[in-house]
Design a protein around this ligand. Structure first.
Ligand code: NAP
Length: 285
C-alpha cells in the first residue's frame, strides 16, 4: 500500500474502500470482506446510513483500531456549528470509535462555515485526526480556505478518467489540500468498463480496465476509494501496486478527460435543490 502525507503530517492510504449505496443489511459483511482483502481505509458518511455497520465490521475484525483510517462526512441537514458537533458525536457512537481519521463536510451547502468551525474544534480536541471538505468546486473552495484557520487536508470530489479535475487539483495544491476521488469508475457510467482506450491499455499490462482506471489516478497521487459488493472485485481493485503505466499510456488516458461531471454539477441550482431535498426524502436528522 502507498500512503499520502496530508498537510498536517498524517498519512492516509492512497487506496481505500467506499461504502456509498451499500445497504445497511449488507454493509457489515461487505466491509468485513474488504478488511479481509486488506483494505484499512473506509469511507462512509452520515448520509449513507451505514456508519453503524462500518463500526461493527471494524470491531469484529479484531484488528486494532489504530490500523484503520476511517472517514465520515457531515450531511447538509446537520450543517451549522452546534448541529455539526452534535451529529458528529452520534457518528462516533455509531462507528464505535473515539475518533475518526478524517472528517469531511459532505456538501458545500447550508451553514458550512459553522460546520467548518465545529470541524476545527473536533480537530483540536483530537476527535478528528484530519478535517476537510467534499464537493467543493474551486470557487467555494478558495473562499473557504481564505476564511478558516486550519486548511482542509482533503477535498473529495468526483474524479475519474472522464472528469480529471486538472484545474481543481491545481487550486487545491495552493492550499496544501489533497485531492481524493469519489466515483473512480464513474459508477460505470459512459460505458466505463468497456472504454476502448482503457481496454486496449489493460491488455498490454495484463490487467483489467478497472485496475488501469485506478492506477491512472494513483500514479497522479489521487486518493481512490472504489466501492464493490463483490469480493473478487475488491481483490481486483486492491491489486494495483505491482505495475506502472508508461508516460505514453498516461497521455492516452489524459485525452479522455471531458472536464465535466458525469453526474451533476454542484454549481447548478437544480442540483442544489436535489441535494437539499435528500434530507427531507430520507428523514435525515
Ligand atoms: P465507483 O466506485 O466509481 O463505482 C462503483 C460501481 O462499480 C459499482 O456498481 C460496482 O459494482 C462497480 N465495480 C466496482 N469494482 C468493479 C470492477 N473491478 N469491475 C467492474 N465493476 C466494478 O462509485 P461510488 O461508489 O459512487 O464511489 C466510490 C466511493 O466514493 C463511494 O462508495 C463513497 O464512499 C464515495 N462517494 C462520495 C461522494 C461524495 O459526495 N463525497 C459521492 C459518491 C461516492 P458492485 O458493487 O456490484 O461490484
Amino acid at each position: 500500500m502507498d500512503y499520502i502525507k496530508l498537510n498536517n503530517g498524517n498519512e492516509m492510504p492512497i487506496l481505500g474502500f467506499g461504502v456509498y449505496q451499500i445497504p445497511p443489511q449488507d454493509c457489515e459483511r461487505v466491509v468485513l470482506e474488504a478488511i479481509e482483502v486488506g483494505y484499512r481505509s473506509i469511507d462512509t458518511a452520515q448520509a449513507y446510513y451505514n456508519e453503524e455497520e462500518v463500526g461493527k465490521a471494524v470491531k469484529s475484525s479484531n484488528i486494532d483500531r489504530s490500523k484503520f483510517f476511517i472517514t465520515t462526512k457531515i450531511w447538509v441537514s446537520n450543517a451549522g456549528y452546534e448541529r455539526a458537533k452534535k451529529s458528529f458525536e452520534e457518528s462516533l457512537k455509531k462507528l464505535q470509535t473515539e475518533y475518526v481519521d478524517l472528517l469531511l463536510i459532505h456538501q458545500p451547502f447550508g451553514d458550512y462555515y459553522g460546520t467548518y468551525r465545529a470541524l476545527e474544534e473536533m480537530y483540536k480536541s483530537g476527535k478528528a485526526k484530519a478535517i476537510g471538505v467534499s464537493n467543493f468546486y474551486p470557487d467555494r473552495f478558495v473562499d473557504l480556505c481564505e476564511h478558516v484557520e486550519i486548511k482542509p487536508a482533503v477535498n473529495q470530489v468526483e474524479t475519474h478518467i472522464f472528469n480529471q479535475q486538472k484545474i481543481a487539483k491545481e487550486v487545491m495544491k495552493e492550499y496544501g489540500t489533497q485531492i481524493e476521488s469519489w466515483g473512480p469508475f464513474a459508477e460505470g457510467k459512459n460505458n466505463f468498463f468497456t472504454n476502448e482506450t482503457l481496454v486496449s491499455i489493460s491488455k498490454k499490462y495484463n490487467k483489467t480496465p478497472a485496475q488501469i482506471a485506478l492506477r491512472f489516478l494513483i500514479q497522479q497521487q489521487v486518493i481512490v476509494i472504489p466501492k464493490s459488493t463483490h469480493k473478487e472485485r475488491m481483490i481486483e481493485n486492491f491489486n494495483v501496486f505491482d505495475f506502472k503505466l508508461s508516460e505514453e499510456d498516461i497521455h492516452s488516458l489524459e485525452s479522455l478527460d471531458q472536464e465535466k461531471s458525469l453526474f451533476f454539477s454542484h454549481n447548478d441550482h437544480e442540483t442544489v435543490r436535489f441535494i437539499l431535498d435528500f434530507k427531507k426524502k430520507h428523514h435525515l436528522s
